[in-house]
Design a protein around this ligand. Structure first.
Ligand code: CP
Ligand code: NVA
Length: 310
């Protein structure tokens, strides 16, 4: 079996700051001249194995693969994996047919098992633990808006979930000041945050958690939120709605932030829950440009994973 390794992209923390920089710089070049990048995936086939719903990730990868000259195969719930074939056997077989795989699944251990058994690069299109493509795309977008990530104050209000973790890992590696405001029982583990803060300090940033969204929002350059109930947690949604009351990005929180604050949300959004309609549809919101940024950034991730980043 070929093992011409290439690189996988499962979490941000497993990459170096220099590699993240390389990917973001490549995305800038792709965005400026998409037609100059029509062949990096010529004759390559990329599988998209999705065990959860998706609009943005699926479409931006499928369109990106096509625009880079490759072909994509969407693999939903009707492959033998869903009937009990092992992850390892599936990964070995897929490696013989495909050149790269994007996976969206539940436990992060599932994608790790896949990647360990696969002979091709595996890209994380979201697990319960991480959403690295979204987070790196978000930092790429913030840099585009503010010109630089240095000294940027990013406040995330909401659940200490996959999105929060990937933003925290990215902030640590890229030197951003991140404040996470979550209800006490829903924050990222303290030891994890302390470890990321140590990494952030050496890059000129910081990572901290607070439980008070008001304090966390003061002076922020970016206010960011995500759903209170992630995919797979639907049974907890009533209890979560109670716990997260007060963790809604509304006009009061926006008013405490920097006057030039931008509001971000990875989407899908639930107006009236984690963000008000007035804010997400208002003048400070950049959520649709944020979503658009995923196309060039993920093209850059795929080229990086295939060793084609030069
Ligand atoms: N933000 C994001 O990953 O959206 P999808 O779930 O639609 O892919
Ligand atoms: N935290 C959300 C992100 C969706 C893009 C989820 O996992 O459902």
């Amino acid at each position: 079996m070929k093992k011409s390794h290439h690189r996988s992209f499962l979490t941000l923390l497993e990459r170096t700051p220099r590699e993240l920089r390389t990917i973001m710089d490549l995305a800038v070049r792709i965005d400026a001249d998409p037609d100059g990048f029509r062949t990096p995936l010529a004759w390559k086939t990329v599988g998209l194995l999705f065990e959860k719903s998706s609009t943005r990730t699926r479409l931006s990868f499928e369109a990106g693969i096509r625009q880079l000259g490759g072909g994509s195969l969407f693999l939903g719930g009707d492959i033998q994996l869903a009937r009990g074939e092992t992850i390892e056997d599936t990964a070995r077989v897929m490696s013989a047919y495909l050149d790269m795989l994007v996976i969206r699944t539940f436990g992060h251990d599932r994608i790790e098992a896949f990647s360990a058994a696969a002979a091709i690069p595996v890209i994380n299109g979201l697990t319960d633990g991480h959403h690295p493509c979204q987070a790196l795309s978000d930092f790429y977008f913030m840099e585009k808006v503010f010109g630089s990530l240095g000294g940027l104050r990013l406040t995330y209000v909401g659940d200490g979930n996959n999105m929060a973790r990937s933003l925290a890992e990215g902030a640590a590696l890229l030197g951003v000041h991140l404040t996470l405001a979550s209800p006490p029982d829903y924050s990222l583990p303290e030891t994890e945050v302390a470890g990321l803060d140590r990494i952030a300090k050496s890059a000129g940033g910081s990572v901290r958690t607070l439980s008070d969204p008001v304090e966390a929002s003061r002076g922020a350059n970016v206010l960011y939120t995500d759903v209170w109930t992630s995919m797979g947690q639907e049974a907890e949604s009533a209890i979560r709605e109670k716990a997260f009351r007060g963790y809604c990005i509304d006009r009061n929180l926006v008013g405490l932030a920097d006057p030039e604050v931008i509001v971000m949300h990875c989407l899908p959004a639930y107006r009236g829950k984690e963000i008000t309609a007035e804010v997400i549809d208002g003048p400070r919101s950049r959520v649709f440009e944020q979503a658009a940024a995923r196309l060039p950034l993920q093209k850059a991730i795929m080229m990086f994973c295939m060793g084609r980043e030069q």
